[in-house]
Design a protein around this ligand. Structure first.
Ligand code: ZN
Length: 138
């Protein structure tokens, strides 16, 4: 199990791999986080993909949504989102996801969305079966 020690530093990671606790000073995690949570980086990749594929790549909107959700749901104490890097080092001091004001609605939204997704998936599967039975008759 790997978890990030919020009390010390965002770059200090404690790991319990079954061989005991040990600290890993993982600055590269912060570097990767800064790159992948920047709207500037996202924009560059988005436009590069658009140029390559001659159309906007819809899957890249998932990354944009992730960054936009991360901005208000991370506090300065724990991986605040550097969404303007490298242009600016500004970070919004949001409400952490561990706060029940964010956590409980998050779980409810996930349950609703997955229920809707599964309902649609099984409803379509059932509908497809009916069409095949109908085709077999004629
Ligand atoms: Zn994130």
């Amino acid at each position: 199990m790997v978890y990030i020690d919020e009390s010390y530093s965002a770059t200090k990671i404690k790991s319990n791999s079954g061989l005991g606790h040990h600290n890993i000073d993982a600055k590269y995690i912060t570097v990767i986080y800064n790159i992948t949570h920047s709207l500037v980086t996202w924009s560059i990749v988005f436009w590069a993909l658009w140029l390559i594929y001659k159309k906007p790549i819809k899957a890249s909107y998932a990354r944009l949504l992730h960054i936009l959700i991360d901005i208000p749901t991370h506090s300065l104490a724990f991986f605040a989102t550097p969404f303007l890097r490298p242009l600016s080092n500004y970070k919004f001091d949001g409400v952490p996801r561990s706060n029940k004001m964010i956590f409980i609605p998050n779980i409810i939204i996930l349950i609703v969305l997955y229920s809707f997704y599964l309902y649609k998936k099984f409803y379509k599967a059932k509908k497809t079966k009916i069409v095949w039975i109908w085709i077999d008759k004629y």
